[in-house]
Design a protein around this ligand. Structure first.
Ligand code: FES
Length: 318
């Protein structure tokens, strides 16, 4: 798909840390259609790109605008810093819309769960469900009052279907098991938020005996932050025997690309599964949310965009 060129039409401070950025097509034509859950990958000036979900904002429909919601990350690898430095009138390039977090055409009730800036794709899903008069509930979780973006956009069309939860206000985080118990058997849940929230919902979903295919999730972090104490390790490419060293502040994908290899990936957050690679020797340090506990324990497969190694060497089926 051809890249798109935009001018920043408007910037709206949603919260002290989150800004909505309205991108306008530089051409006087409509932008490609998109569906709830879609993202675009914004090109960074120093190379690379970052994914941002498209927000169905009622003030900016009509075809020539995309709206992003971007939180300033403390551990930004460039994406949120770049977006937060943009001014109205600046030029931006991005890919066309990509959707790996599709709202399904099912007719059953829907439970939407959003944590923090994970609201961006969930808002678009809620908007579509409301327009189609489908049965849904949205639970939106954040740390404190004043930190939840797009509340004023959500409230008019969600009404009583929206519940907000603050960590610092009783009763705090919602009881995911209780929310799942209230969802009829033919219901589907969509969750977007940080890894801890997704893992908690996945555990509650499995404990309730719900079918895995009815839980759809997307991890929402701009870029995985390096964990303190990460060390270098080697990756051996099984097909050639070449050994590539992964530095403490590099991902396996970054190290492979720096060594001149083409690698297939997308989210770089550990939630899409596209970079999944078979492990022939060594023990991965799993940091994704795609693999099941059983798959992680098997140590035969890993997501090379975020996961590292517990052993000095990993032999990968590349
Ligand atoms: S690129 Fe998405 S899980 Fe690795």
């Amino acid at each position: 798909m051809e890249d798109l060129a935009f001018v920043v039409r408007k910037i709206i401070a949603e919260t002290p840390l989150v800004r909505a950025v309205v991108l306008e097509n530089v051409r006087d034509t409509a932008l490609p259609d998109w569906t709830p859950g879609a993202h675009i990958r914004v090109k960074l000036p120093g190379g690379g790109d970052r994914p941002y979900s498209l927000v169905d904002h009622p003030d900016w429909r009509g075809g020539r605008h995309y709206v992003l919601g971007v939180r300033r990350e403390e551990q930004s690898a460039g994406g949120s810093d770049y977006i937060h430095a943009l001014s109205e009138g600046d030029h931006v390039e991005a890919t066309g819309p990509i959707n790996q977090f599709e709202l399904r055409e099912a007719t059953g009730p829907v439970l939407l769960l959003a944590g923090g800036i994970g609201i961006t794709p969930i808002l678009s899903m809620a908007s579509r469900l409301a327009a189609e008069e489908r049965d849904f509930r949205l639970h939106y979780c954040g740390r404190a009052k004043g930190e939840l973006a797009f509340l004023a956009t959500l409230e008019p069309f969600c009404g009583a279907r929206l519940a907000v939860h603050y960590d610092d206000t009783d009763p705090g985080r919602p009881d995911f098991s209780g929310l799942i118990a209230d969802l009829p058997e033919d219901g589907t849940a969509y969750v977007c938020g940080p890894a801890g929230m997704i893992e908690a919902v996945k555990a509650a979903w499995a404990e309730a005996g719900r079918p895995a295919e009815r839980l759809v999730f997307e991890l929402f972090i701009a870029t995985p932050a390096p964990a303190g104490g990460d060390t270098a390790f080697d990756v051996k490419i099984a097909s050639t025997g070449e050994i590539v060293t992964v530095a403490p502040d590099q991902t396996i994908i970054e190290a492979l690309e720096a060594a001149g290899h083409d690698v297939i990936y997308d989210c770089q957050r550990g939630d899409c599964g596209i970079c999944q690679t078979a492990v022939l020797e060594g023990i991965p340090d799993h940091r994704d949310v795609v693999l099941s506990d059983e798959e992680k324990a098997s140590n035969t497969v890993m997501q090379i965009c975020v996961s590292r190694a517990k052993t000095p060497l990993l032999v990968l089926d590349l």
